[in-house]
Every structure is written in C-alpha cells, then in structure tokens.
Design a protein around this ligand. Structure first.
Ligand code: AMP
Ligand code: ZN
Length: 665
C-alpha cells in the first residue's frame, strides 16, 4: 500500500468508527484502539502534508482560534415556529391549512422539538463547507471551525447525497454530558452552568475550538433546503439525512389525523424524561413538500409547521428552611429545604436559590408555598411564590451576613451576584475543600487519601493546609478512626509519590479561583515557573492567550497573600514541581514574542499542527484570520486566493515555510 492509500484507508475507517460511535451510539472498537489508529493517521498526515484533507477525522480535536466570528447572510432564511398549547389550537391550524390547500388529504410528520441552538450546515460535494448560527434569521455567525469539532456532524457524507444543499438542526448538550461538565466546573472552583440550552449555544461562540472539542455537544438534524433534491416529503428528508450519515433521532412519526398527532404529543409529554436530551415540545410539519411550498410563510414562521409546547413540569410545596453552603472558594449558595414532593419522577427535597438577588426578587420566605420547576438544571429551582398561601405571620428573608461555618462577615464584590466568605485561611469548609481539591485526580492525584480522611486529619489538628500533608507520618495517622497500619502507610506513600506530578497540575491543585485545568496549562506554558508567575502583574497576565481580567485579578490576588506564598515555598522544599521539566522547556524560546501568525495552505516539511506548535512554543500567537494585527502570513501550497488578496491589501508580509524556518534559525 502506498502512503496515500494508507492515509485514505485510515480516514475511511476512522470516519466509520466516528459514525458508529457518535451517530449510531454503537461503537464496534474500543476507545483505545480508536486512539491508536487516530495517532497513526496523525503521524502519517504530518509526514505527508501533500495529502491534506479538510474533512480528515484528525481535525476533530480543534485548535483554531477565532477572535471575531464573521457574519454570513443565510441563503434561505431561518424562520421561527408558531406555537400551540392545546388540541383546539392544532385543529384551528389544520382548518387554516385545508382552506388554503383545498380538498386534499394532508399528512403530518411529528418530531420532537430539540432545545438547543439552531444551526445551518452547508454541504458541497459531500463536504461540510460552512456552519452558521441562526442569528436574526437573515444572517448569523460563521462558526464552522467550532462545529467541525462536534463528532456527530459528518465532515464527509456517504451515499447518494445531492451536490449542494443546506441542512438545519439543533446543537444540544445531552443531560449526562451537561452534568459531567458541571461536576468538573465545580471541582475547578467555577460556578456551575445554568442549563444545557444556554451552555450549548454559548459553546458555539467560544474562541478556542479546542475547548469546543472537549464539550459533549451533539447535532440533531431536521430539515433540508436546496435545489433539485428529488425528495417529496418531510419524512423522506429525515430518512435521507440519516442515510447520508447525519444524526436524526428516530423518534419521528407520520400521522394522518389530529388525533394521531395528539397521541404522539401525549406520549412524549410523559416519556420525554427518558430521553438523553431536553425537549420542550413537538414540531408538527405538513408532510408533503409540495404542500409546504403552496402554504409558504408568514412574516416570521412557516404556515406548514407548528410547535406544540409542553407545559413545564411544576409542583407546589412548602419551604421549610433556607440553609447556606460554603464552597472551597468561599462562595455562598443559598439552598431551599422543601417538604419532599414528587416532580418529574423523582422526589425533590432541596432546590437552589442561586443568590441573594433571586430571593429578594421573588420575595421568597420560610413558610411560603412555592412553585418548583425542573428544567435541565441539576437541581430544581423555585420559580415563584404562591402568595395566596402566604402565612399571615411570615417575615421577609434576611440574607445571612456572616459565614455559617466560621462566622466571618460576608462580602459581595460589586457586580457579582454571589456573597463570599473572605476568611480563606481560617474558614474550615474552605480549608478542607481546598485540600480535597489539591489531592483530587486531575490535580495531585494522591493515592491512599480521600475526602473524608482530609476532614478527619483537619479535625484532629494534623493538617491546616495542603503543605502539611507532606509532613504527616505513619505514627500520626494510624490512631485515626478506620485507619490501620497498612492504610496509614499507603497514605504517607501516596503523598510522597505525588512530588513528581508536573507543574501545570500542581498549579491547578493550588486552587486559585478561575484557574481550572486549561488555564493552569496556559499559565504554566507562558511563565514556565512559579516565581515568574508570582511576579506577573495583571497587565502582563492578560496578554497571555485566553487569560482575561477576571482570571488575572484572581491570580494576582492569590499570590498577593503572603500565606499562600509561604505554603508554596514549603511545597518547593518538599520537592514538588514548580517549573516546566527540561523536556517541556526544550525547543521553547521567546523569538517570536509579540508576533501574530496566520498559517494557510499545505506545507512541505511540517504539518500544520506542527507549524502552529512551533510558533506557540517560540512565544508567537496563531490567529485564524488576517487582520491589521497579523505580523506574517505563512503561506504554503494551495493557499486560498482571498487570504492572499486580504494580506496584500493590509500590507501583511507573506512568507514561505522556508523563510519562516530561517527566522527561527
Ligand atoms: P422558537 O425558537 O421557539 O421559535 O422555535 C423555533 C426553533 O425550534 C427553530 O428555529 C429550530 O431551531 C427549533 N427546532 C427544534 N427542533 C426542531 C424540529 N424538529 N423541527 C424544526 N425546528 C426545530
Ligand atoms: Zn467562612
């Protein structure tokens, strides 16, 4: 087999595995085997950039950064939908349709209404060329680089697809994926996201496509537009799209009467909670595309389609008490303790009250009967008070002024909704929370030590911060509850073994607010060692890619506390890693500092990813589009003519791969 044949075969194979896994939910090989093959393809592609393919499965990992999303006109407008809430609404709609179409039999296709962010995808010759958000319906944002990282979006179609068409659908987060994302955020000391829908739509506008690639987004498709499609019904649209490799939920049904439609609606109103994603209703469409054309559009929606909205599930119950939780970063969360009540199949005892403003806005008081609703949130929320049932002796809720754990007076920064306990060095929950974060899997990953033992060690006065872990002895630990000689030994061992954990994970483990895994990596790479990072000012920090003022402020504040610096000095003396390793440092320089590059075309001696890494490792920045801020355009073979014209227009110098390498020496 030639290299080209090998590359093609691997691409085809991986594409099929992606399809089996993400579209069919039926993987046929293990994740490990998949990774091995992907790596093999990556290496072959790097060695042979002449076989570059914009639809290669290796491009799913993202990496391109978009600063400003380009606005693009929709070739076909993206309409909204009219809503209905009852059988009568639907019957009225059917009558209106019959009046226009005359005495013909009308069939309907019922689909679920997926609750996410709408997207329009353009395919040419079977390749994804463009992905645009709905925007105002007439024009939206070009988010192609981000959409390409969503594994259920085919980059290359199969079967007898038409040469050019647009397909529309909804970008969603599954409930499970959303819950996982939130667990990670909480572990990073960040606030949880409110609901899957907003998070999905926010994800599309992230600048770094590598971050989008990490989110468990999915794309569910439901309509096709284009010329010469030889499709005659909506139901066929769904079947065809499925055959070409798109993810189209099979929960769709053809119905002949309003009664059948209502059966579908009623079934899914009950069973929607068994679905892996959220739905807020059903969309009913006239099945024949010829009929659809005849019916046309109103100013805002098609006449041939109607959304039937489910009622949000809601119950009322009594609020017994408001308690307050303290997070490891000191953030206070008010929690409603409720009379247990059945809601959407689970018993609900607690609901989030978010913050003081929310309580004040809704005037929530202990003793009130409140309406509780379950949306996509992890825990249900209170949406209103039933004022008719308010007891006559009820009193206005006074938000706590002091920390429930350490009694320190709470603070609230301007513009922030959350109250904080500022006593980060003395508040027990914050202390143990920080140590628990430090030892967690993604940070120091200390074996033989768990969250409960941390609490015990703290209570017994054996540790007061994470540096103290490194002075623990077997003799000190053994007398603790449920400890034996072996487990004490394991603990001390586990702690000692953690000194080899690389710098970026130590940095993450320190628990600086807003410094999650990714940010820690960026900071480690930019500053290379802790002393440089400690010395950095806010102004310097914000020049690092992806670091905004909020993070910069938090970093400076953290290192401004002498107690934190003292702990770091101690950790250093125990041998923890506070700088990048020799290996990581090798091949890094500041030669390209302050320069921004755009890379375009196919290269001879380097892969594109390799080239970008070289730029970043040498202190340069990689941008995805040319602007007046671009220092150089590195041009390979087959570079698009528009990039060239733009660079020339802005006076951006165009250099070859060879010239670039010479710059680096
Ligand atoms: P709304 O935003 O409430 O006006 O609802 C209209 C939106 O519902 C459309 O723009 C689509 O993005 C979305 N939608 C979700 N599922 C479907 C579906 N099966 N068919 C058509 N539109 C859908
Ligand atoms: Zn406190």
């Amino acid at each position: 087999m030639t290299n080209q044949e090998k590359i093609t075969a691997l691409r085809d194979e991986l594409r099929e595995h992606n399809y089996n896994y993400y579209v069919q939910d039926k993987p046929t090989i293990s994740d490990y085997e998949f990774d091995v093959k992907l790596k093999e393809l990556q290496e072959l592609e790097q060695a042979h950039p002449e076989f570059y393919d914009a639809a290669s499965p290796t491009l799913r990992v993202g990496g391109e950064v978009t600063k400003n999303f380009e606005t693009i006109q929709h070739e076909h407008r993206m309409y909204s939908l009219d809503n209905s809430y009852s059988k009568e609404d639907l019957e009225d709609w059917e009558k209106r349709i019959q009046r226009i179409l005359g005495d013909v039999e009308v069939e309907f296709t019922c689909e679920l209404k997926y609750d996410g962010a709408s997207i329009s995808l353009t395919y040419e010759e079977g390749e994804l060329v463009k992905a645009v958000t709905r925007g105002d319906g007439f024009q939206g944002d070009n988010v192609t680089t981000n959409i390409k990282t969503i594994k259920s979006v085919p980059l290359q179609l199969k079967g007898d697809y038409p040469p050019k068409f647009d397909i529309r659908g909804e970008i969603i987060l599954t409930l499970e994926g959303f819950a996982k994302m939130n667990q990670e955020r909480l572990a990073n000391g960040e606030e949880a996201y409110m609901n899957p829908r907003n998070t999905a739509s926010g994800s599309l506008k992230l600048q770094d496509s590598a971050l989008v690639a990490q989110r468990p987004l999915e794309c569910l498709l439901y309509s096709i537009t284009g010329k010469g499609l030889s499709i005659s019904t909506q139901f066929e649209v769904l079947e065809k799209a499925r055959a070409w490799g798109f993810k189209v939920p099979t929960v769709a049904k053809m119905c002949k009467t309003t009664d059948e439609v209502m059966q579908f609606v009623e079934h899914w109103d009950v069973h929607r909670h068994d679905l892996p994603y959220e739905t807020d209703g059903v969309v009913i469409k006239v099945n024949s595309l010829r009929h659809q054309e005849e019916l046309g559009y109103t100013a805002k929606a098609p006449r041939w389609a109607m959304a039937y909205k489910f009622k949000a599930e809601q119950v009322s119950t009594v609020l017994h008490e408001i308690t307050y939780q303290v997070g490891r970063t000191g953030a206070i969360t008010p929690v409603a303790n409720l009379e247990p009540v059945l809601l959407a199949g689970t018993t609900v005892k607690r609901a989030s009250l978010h913050n003081a403003d929310q309580i004040e806005k809704l005037d929530i008081r202990v003793g009130d009967t409140v309406f509780v609703e379950k949306g996509g949130e992890i825990i249900p929320k209170i949406i209103a008070v039933d004022f008719t049932k308010r007891p006559s002796d009820s009193v206005v809720t006074k938000y706590i002024q002091h920390c429930p754990e350490c009694n320190t007076e709470l603070i609230r920064k301007e513009g922030e909704a959350q109250h904080f306990c500022p006593n980060d060095t003395g508040c027990p929950t914050q202390i143990t929370g920080r140590i628990q974060h430090f030892i967690s899997r993604k940070a120091m990953d200390i074996e033989g030590l768990g969250g409960e033992t941390v609490e015990l060690l703290f209570k017994e006065g054996l540790i007061a911060n994470y540096a103290d872990l490194y002075t623990l002895t077997k003799e000190q630990v053994m007398p603790l509850e449920r400890m034996a000689e072996k487990s004490a030994e394991n603990l001390v061992h586990g702690v000692a073994a953690s000194v080899v954990i690389p710098f970026e994970r130590v940095l993450f483990g320190l628990g600086i607010r807003y410094v999650g895994e990714t940010v820690a990596k960026k900071l480690a790479k930019a500053y290379k060692n802790i002393d440089a990072l400690i010395a950095a000012t806010e102004e310097e920090l914000v020049t690092v890619d992806e670091i905004g003022t909020r993070i910069a402020e938090s970093v400076v504040q953290f290192f401004g506390e002498s107690s934190n610096v003292e702990i770091i000095e101690r950790l250093k003396s125990y041998g923890l890693q506070f700088s990048l390793s020799e290996e990581q440092l090798e091949n890094q320089s500041e030669k390209l500092k302050g320069q921004t590059f755009v890379v375009s075309g196919v290269f001879e001696s380097l892969g594109r990813t390799e080239l970008k890494k070289l730029i970043e490792d040498n202190g340069g920045k990689v941008a995805s589009s040319i602007s007046s801020k671009t220092t150089f355009l590195v041009a390979g073979a087959n570079m698009g003519p528009s990039k060239k014209t733009k660079a020339e227009g802005l006076g951006v110098p165009i250099i070859s791969e060879q010239e670039f390498l010479e710059k680096l020496g």
